[in-house]
Design a protein around this ligand. Structure first.
Ligand code: GAP
Length: 453
């Protein structure tokens, strides 16, 4: 029989320091600093073997619920470089700026919108009290050049927000699919920003991934659809976090609105960094299609096939970050639990749908050939359907701990009883309860618990 574990109590750790997540991510192969052997480069990260699995699961779940479950939504995937005029039309060349000040004494740099009010009023550095420089504006678009001949190269930009491709492809999607307004286009893709103050791990990077829905509506239906997507997206996040009370809406004040938005709500999550934006729900109205019509000379108005009314559709945008989701989910899932003897386990209570490894298979003893062979056979059976690890190193308790720390929801142990009655022990990560399941039912048992529904 598999040894039983002591019941562990969750410690009262309301907020996890980011450093703990950074260290776990490096140690267990979720995330590495980019170009680390050269000293790294601020605002860029690489994803390791477990990170890729988690990221793919997060992306796939978003796509499943946004595209697959909505008859009136389709997907695209656009290039990350576009014609440079796109960024003039979008308003980013003119408006996509951060205003900065430098401390004359300690040389630290601050975004003016992040400065505490008292430092703004006294024009003093929040760290050393030194005098601050005059505010200066910096554009966040990353420039790049197309072509090989010096002097003939065309300056353009890596996309500063992924959603621009959706407006560029809107007319093609309309003509090549059977969509009619109201309908939406989704995309997941990279965006690049020359953030002046990248930091807090994956929270603010210079290369990151966004997921966007642009939903095109008749102006008279804007309120209805804005409310629909605002609630849908809030409930979506509620469905994947443990700490539901750490989610809230924040409505943008006039001074916070992006240049393209008439109204905006952020879905915020509370971490050790305070309440922070996770996703933006933006009332973009007709800004994008009107501007692209103007700058490209192409008429992007829509003709209703039934009423023949011609109008520029209005847009509801829901725009969130894959990397920010990755970070917030780890912060939400991380827990250190201690048993009465004082032993602790680190566990990631990730939703089983999203966990990078779904199940691990262990022979109770490594030196018993029948147990090892049976375990490998079961591992081969399961890995056709889910990411499954085989592990026979160290005692069962240590193997459980290794899986708990990466959020594996189920561990399957093959013991001597298995050889007699063809059943295995399945141990649940969160409750640590163990049940015996016939091998013939094992795949379905696990699939029912790890497949989104
Ligand atoms: N198309 C609208 C748009 O780009 P945004 O609020 O600038 O809106 C949307 O970005 C989401 O992208 C944010 O809610 C956040 O999750 C993510 N995001 C933005 N800047 C980021 C950065 N520098 N690093 C990581 N994620 C970022």
């Amino acid at each position: 029989m598999t040894q039983t574990e002591e019941k562990l109590e969750a410690q009262d750790t309301p907020q996890v320091p980011i450093d703990k997540i950074v260290s776990l991510c490096k140690r267990r192969g979720f995330v590495y600093p980019n170009s680390e052997i050269y000293g790294g480069v601020a605002g860029f990260y690489d994803f390791g073997p477990l990170g890729v699995e988690l990221r793919n699961n997060i992306r796939r779940y978003w796509w499943w619920s946004m595209v697959q479950l909505h008859d009136n939504v389709v997907g695209i995937e656009g290039a990350t470089i576009t014609h440079p005029r796109v960024w003039e039309a979008s308003g980013h060349v003119e408006n996509f700026t951060d205003t900065l000040v430098d401390c004359k004494k300690c040389k630290r740099r601050f975004r003016v919108d992040h400065l505490p009010a008292e430092n703004l009023a006294s024009n003093s550095c929040p760290v050393c009290g030194g005098e601050l420089t005059e505010p200066r504006k910096f554009n966040l678009l990353m420039e790049t050049y197309l072509g090989v001949v010096e002097g003939d190269k065309m300056k353009t930009y890596l996309r500063g927000e992924a959603c621009q491709n959706i407006y560029l492809d809107y007319d093609n999607v309309l003509k090549s699919s059977r969509m009619q307004i109201p309908f939406g286009i989704c995309q997941i893709g990279k965006a690049y920003r020359n953030e002046v103050t990248p930091g807090n791990f994956l929270f603010r990077q210079r290369e990151f991934e966004q997921w966007d829905l642009q939903f095109f509506v008749h102006p008279s239906e804007m309120d209805k659809w804005f409310d629909y997507w605002k609630e849908y997206r809030f409930n979506w996040y509620k469905g994947i976090v443990n700490h539901k009370d750490r989610l809230r809406f924040h409505e943008h004040g006039k001074d916070e609105l992006a240049h393209y938005a008439k109204k905006a709500f952020d879905i915020e999550y509370q971490t050790i960094l305070g309440w922070q934006e996770w996703e933006g729900i933006h009332w973009r109205q007709d800004w994008d299609l009107t501007r692209h019509s103007e700058y490209s000379g192409q008429d992007l108005a829509y003709t209703d096939p039934n009423t023949k009314e011609r109008y520029v559709p209005w847009i509801v945008e829901t725009s969130g970050g894959v990397d920010r989701t990755f970070l917030f989910l780890l912060l939400d899932a991380y827990e250190e639990e201690t048993d009465p003897k004082g032993d602790t386990r680190v566990v990631l209570h990730l939703h089983p749908w999203l966990a990078p490894v779904k199940c691990a298979v262990f022979p109770l003893q490594k030196n018993k050939e029948e147990l090892v062979n049976k375990s490998k056979e079961i591992h081969r059976m399961l890995q056709r359907y889910m990411v499954c690890q085989y592990d026979d190193v160290a005692n069962i308790g240590r193997r459980y701990r290794r899986q708990d720390e990466i959020g594996t929801p189920y561990c399957v142990t093959i013991d001597f009883q298995t050889l007699d009655d063809q059943t295995v022990t399945v141990r649940n990560r969160d409750t640590m309860e163990q049940v015996r399941v016939p091998i013939s039912e094992l795949t379905m048992y696990l699939l029912e618990r790890i497949t989104w529904k």
